[in-house]
Structure formats: structure tokens, C-alpha cells
Write a new protein. Sequence first.
Length: 209
Amino acid sequence: MDRSSAYALLARLLAYAAVAGCAFESIVRAAATSSGDTRWLSRDEGPIELGQLAAIVVTGVLLFLPARTTPRLAQLLRLLACLAMLGAMRELDNVFLQLGWRSGYLWVGLPFALYAAALVARTRGGLLGQIAIFARSPAFALLAAGFFVIVVYAQLIGQKALWIAVLGPDVYRPAKDLIEESSELLGYLLIVFGAAEAYLTTGGSSREA
């Protein structure tokens, strides 16, 4: 990586940090003006959940777009985009429940699942080579970090037993939900930043490989 590329990467990382900082500062300000009742922040129709949904939809779009101009990574990027959209459908499960269609998110997500399965069947071992190329990019590091925050950290920090032990059974729920959902939002932001890196730089990294 030459000096100009390093400066550009640093500038993007600072921009991502600014976006994340603004997102969480807005949560702090909203909590400070909520008169002690923060439960609305982490509800399914609240700003944190909506932020998660927006981030994962943007992730899917940003991953799918460079697939058209990056032949050596096209199948992997499309597969990741499909997985992102499946995650978005899962975030909408409560919306479908309120509409009276409990399994609606499964049916809406089915085309993405079938397309992902077709990609895996068609490329077979070729995906491993694409992963090897993609793993050398900053995009992969951010995507992996976001995945671990969502799948590992947020699930561990959101355990009911932990918060009952810390705050007691009568008052634990608002704090648990706010911390758990905020942690997931951080993971989703990391993932969308990784998708942005893929959109901006994957074509160059694939040509160099």
C-alpha cells in the first residue's frame, strides 16, 4: 500500500468513527431526555432497531453493486449480499407478526436463500479462492469484526442472568435491552463500514491479486 492509499484508508476510518460516534451520541441524548424511561429506544419500532435494519439493507446493496465489476469476487460478494438481506428479513419478523403473517419473513427471504444456495452450488470450491483474496482487504476485517460483535458479544452481554445478577429481577430489563441492542447496532455499523470498503476498494484489490 502506497502513502496516498494509506492516507485514503485512514480518512475513511476516521469518517466511519465519526458516523458511529454520532449514532451513539444520539442514543445518549435521546436517553437523557426520556425522563428515565428508555424502553422505547430498544423496541422493535424504536430508533436502535430501525438503525440496525437500515444498516443491514445498505450493507446488502453495497456488497451487491461491486459484484458486477469484480469478476474474481462476484460470487462471494453476491453471497454476502444475500446473507445481509436474509438478516434484514429476520429483523422484520415482528413487522410480519403484527401484520398477522408470523412466517412472512421466511417467505420473503426465501428468494435470497435460494439464490445463495445456487451460488454455492455453482461455484463450489471457487468460493474458497475468492475468500482468500477478499480476506486480504480492510473490508473483510470490518465485516468479520461486526459479525463477531453481533453473534458473540451482543448475545453474551444480553444474557438475562447477567443483568438480573447486576441489577435485580425487577429493574434489569430496560438496561439489558438497551445495552444488547446498542451492541448489535455497533456490529451492524461495522458491517456496513466493511461493505463500504468493499464497494470502494474491492475492485482494485481483485485486480492486484
